[in-house]
Design a protein around this ligand. Sequence first.
Ligand SMILES: C[S@@+](CC[C@H](N)C(=O)[O-])C[C@H]1O[C@@H](n2cnc3c(N)ncnc32)[C@H](O)[C@@H]1O
Length: 268
Amino acid sequence: MLTFSFLTLFPELLAPFASEAILGKAAARGLIGVNLVNMRDFADNKHAKVDDTPYGGGAGMVIRVDVAERALASLPPADEVILFTPAGERFTQRTAEELSEREHLAFLCGRYEGFDARVETLVTRELSLGDFVMMGGEAAAACVLEAVARLRPGVLGDEASHRDDSFSSGLLDYPEYTRPPEWRRLAVPDVLKGGNHGAIARWRREQALARTLARRPDLLPGAGLTPQDSAALLALGATLEDLATWGAPPPPAPRRKRSRTPKPGPGL
Ligand SMILES: C[S@@+](CC[C@H](N)C(=O)[O-])C[C@H]1O[C@@H](n2cnc3c(N)ncnc32)[C@H](O)[C@@H]1O
């Protein structure tokens, strides 16, 4: 089981993520555990005050490091203690994959101006969701919970279903379609209705390559491209120099047509 412990001032914000939909079922089946810890319970004053004014002045309040320390000490040891902060390393699918192999993750969710900087001595990593500032770490923690938990065996019904996801395969996902077969004159591509699994797999790979080339070419160097991918990328307008920049292998050599040497006829 992978247990997620959230240290937060607003546990009620996170509760639905643990009790609803697929994660709720995974928790009920014992595949994941969710532990909501209210840091206010670890204040050492009768007003349950967890923050104070910043040394040096300035706006806003800062969460006390001793409160975070006591809240963490109330937990069984965690494999990783993660602080959410805009100054952290950018959270990616690779980080989600790494975290999904742990047994206990503790998440420190900030509020106000964040934690006293000395909290960094208590954590194993700092994560950011991106270059924007939210009001608290709870939404960031919920994103990481969703991304990590779905990689645990048994959480998604079909183990294969996350393998082709954007970023898992190294590429953006291919486009998906369902009924109706035609909507506002937009038809589902014929290849998907033909039942030829080889042709469908080739079409999907080409679509994933085309989308990634158009939208996120920065992903291509890490995408584990094959010679067939290189041929498809050239057909999509990439150049041989592009392939070299991405570290892509050369496309397969074009098959030479065997020239039949005419047998010498009689009399030659
Ligand atoms: C208002 S923010 C504090 C921002 C801080 N003063 C700064 O500029 O870096 C309050 C809390 O929200 C969370 N937070 C905000 N934006 C975030 C982001 N992009 N990634 C991760 N956590 C974030 C952090 O836990 C942070 O302590």
